[in-house]
Write a protein that binds this ligand. Sequence first.
Ligand SMILES: Cc1cc2nc3c(=O)[nH]c(=O)nc-3n(C[C@H](O)[C@H](O)[C@H](O)COP(=O)(O)OP(=O)(O)OC[C@H]3O[C@@H](n4cnc5c(N)ncnc54)[C@H](O)[C@@H]3O)c2cc1C
Length: 350
Amino acid sequence: MTMFTGLAPIQIGVAEPSTNSTSNASASGEPEHARVVIVGSGPAGLTAAIYAARANLSPVVLGGYEAGGQLMTTSEIENYPGFPDGIGGPELMGLFRTQAERFGARVLDVDVDRVDFGSRPFRLWAAGVEYRADAVIVATGASALWLGIESETRLRGHGVSACATCDGFFFRDKEIAVVGGGDTALEEALYLTRFATKVHIVHRRGSFRASKIMIARASEHPKIELHLNRTVAEVVGQDRVEAVQLSRTDEPGEETLPIGGLFIAIGHRPNGGAFREWLPSDETGYLTVDGETTESAIDGIFIAGDLHDHRYRQAITAAGEGARAAIDAERWLETAGAVSDEPATLAAVL
Ligand SMILES: Cc1cc2nc3c(=O)[nH]c(=O)nc-3n(C[C@H](O)[C@H](O)[C@H](O)COP(=O)(O)OP(=O)(O)OC[C@H]3O[C@@H](n4cnc5c(N)ncnc54)[C@H](O)[C@@H]3O)c2cc1C
């Protein structure tokens, strides 16, 4: 969640490539070859690591420079089962990592910048080091899009949020503003009416791009007020959100809206850049999976978490997908994988 409570974050990663990460070639000079490489160290990646490690697959996690993922930016999570009093995001992700390492997962805080999924073993490059894998689980998550103004960044976690499901509960009996004009923004606004005394929807255009049904629901809701043709120029407040200053986009004019919370709902960017050449995505850039499983279009490559799930976007659902991906990878390795040095199956991609 969002309200920073002064919890001391557990340091679970480094911002620079770890020195370990550059010394992973085998003694023969050959690139390291793992049964399973997991890309990403958020809830999906680290849960996959726990399951793969406990299946004796000795996974290597190329966890990214943003070690721990999105929850590292939040101080209080109240909806992750098992923690009735809530838990800090960094603390939770530290526990995920400790649990994965306890069973033998090796976690390296490096970004994968290139892959070759066209032949077996699969090849991945991170911080100039090549890794080879029989199976790969891709769990690189998604990043919330922000407005990019200084006051918004400063007040993130102090009343500015990008997740109504995660943080709505903290805004009981307050006036809230939601920024955005798509279905997600209107869904978030409707959800927030359960807690807020009033929800203001701020959208820069004169009409919404959301579906008709969502527009009707939002416009008719007694707690929702629409502010079209307006953008947020400034979030007002020193230690917590007190108001937003809006600028009109259709004519000169500014106004100040007193609020206690601001939800930015202008979209997410899935972090699939290194894989796009190989793995199909939908029209919004989220990688796609094969039906009910976590299998990608390439045999032996599995996808988990927010990188493909734009519907639920929760730590528990991402963790659940990590578990599913590790089980899928383990079963695939047992039956089809690891032995073949034939080209990877690209039928569904090509
Ligand atoms: C402010 C905020 C508050 C939230 N609060 C809650 C909450 O209270 N409860 C809840 O359930 N959910 C909450 N969420 C949502 C939750 O954080 C996500 O749903 C969850 O983290 C998704 O997990 P993930 O593993 O799929 O991806 P992420 O957590 O996004 O992790 C992605 C990982 O991939 C790595 N990565 C990215 N690119 C590369 C690359 N090229 N190479 C290697 N690694 C890479 C990153 O370093 C990171 O480790 C919140 C989100 C935000 C932003």
